[in-house]
Design a protein around this ligand. Structure first.
Ligand code: 13P
Length: 251
C-alpha cells in the first residue's frame, strides 16, 4: 500500500506573519489525519522559521528547488547540505515554472534529481505537458521524455524511494483541472513506464497529481488507483482548503 502524500507548494508567496499563521493553522488542522503524509514547501528564506514552528508536528518540509552543486560560485543557489541543516525531507525538481523560466532542461532536472537523493532528500520530479502539447495529443510523449531523462542517465534505481508529480501545465493556476480519468490515464502510463524496468519500484513509487487541486475536486482525483496524493499550489495557501484536501487523501 502506498501512503498518500499531500504537498503544498507555496511558490513565491507569503510574509513572515502569514507563514506563521498558516503553519499554526495547519498544525492544528492536520494533527488528527492518520494515513496521509503532509508536506509544505516554503520559499527558501522561510525554511528556518517553518522548521522551528513544525518541531514536534507530523508535517514535514520540502524545498521548491535545490542546486546540484555542493558549494562554490553559484549565486542564488541553495545546496542539499543547507537543506539538511533544517531537516527538509523533499525537494521539488523540474517544476514546469522552473523549466519554463529558469532553463531547467530534462537533463538538468535529471542531474538535480540524483543530487537530491545523494543528500538523503526525496526528490519529487515534476512532469507534465503544455497546452499546445496537450492539444496535439502529445501528453504521453512529453511525460515519457521527462521520465526517460532520469532512466537513461541513472537507471530505474534512481526512482526507488522517489516521488513523481504529474502536473499538466495547462491546469496549473488556471482553475482547469484534468478530469480524474484524464489524470489517472497519465499516472497509469507513468507507472507502466517505470514498471517496464522494475515492477517493484513502480508499485512503490508515489505519483502525485498537481494542477488546480482544491477541496472540491480532491476526493475524486485521489480515489483513482494510480493517484497517490497531490502537489497543491494556490489552495495550499489557504489553511481550510489545504486541510480539506489532506482529509480527502485520508481514504
Ligand atoms: P495550482 O494548484 O495553483 O494550480 O499549482 C499547482 C502547482 O504548480 C504545484 O506545484
Amino acid at each position: 500500500m502506498r501512503q498518500p502524500l499531500v504537498a503544498g507548494n507555496w511558490k513565491l508567496n507569503g510574509t513572515l506573519a502569514s507563514v506563521r499563521e498558516l503553519v499554526e493553522s495547519l498544525k492544528a488542522g492536520v494533527g488528527a489525519i492518520e494515513n496521509v503524509e503532509v508536506a509544505v514547501c516554503p520559499p527558501f528564506v522561510y525554511i528556518p522559521e517553518v522548521s522551528s514552528l513544525l518541531a514536534g508536528s507530523k508535517i514535514v518540509m520540502g524545498s521548491q528547488n535545490m542546486s546540484r552543486h555542493l558549494a562554490g560560485a553559484y549565486t542564488g543557489e541553495v545546496s542539499g547540505p543547507m537543506l539538511n541543516d533544517f531537516g527538509v525531507k523533499y525537494a521539488l525538481i523540474g517544476h514546469s515554472e522552473r523549466r519554463a523560466s529558469y532553463g531547467e532542461t530534462d537533463e538538468k532536472a535529471a542531474r538535480k534529481f540524483v543530487a537530491v537523493k545523494e543528500h538523503g532528500l526525496v526528490p519529487i520530479l515534476c512532469v507534465g505537458e503544455t497546452l499546445v502539447e496537450h492539444e496535439r495529443g502529445n501528453t504521453f510523449g512529453v511525460v515519457k521524455r521527462q521520465i526517460d531523462a532520469v532512466l537513461d542517465f541513472f537507471g530505474v534505481e534512481a526512482f526507488d524511494g522517489a516521488v513523481i508529480a504529474y502536473e499538466p501545465v495547462w491546469a496549473i493556476g488556471t482553475g482547469k483541472t484534468a478530469t480524474p480519468e484524464q489524470a489517472q490515464s497519465v499516472h497509469e502510463y507513468i507507472r507502466g513506464r517505470i514498471a517496464r524496468c522494475d515492477e517493484e519500484i513502480a508499485s512503490r513509487i508515489q505519483i502525485l497529481y498537481g494542477g488546480s487541486v482544491k477541496a472540491a475536486n480532491a476526493e475524486a482525483l485521489f480515489s483513482q488507483p494510480d493517484i497517490d496524493g497531490g502537489l497543491v499550489g494556490g489552495a495550499s495557501l489557504d489553511a481550510d482548503e489545504f486541510i480539506a484536501i489532506c482529509v480527502a487523501a485520508n481514504q
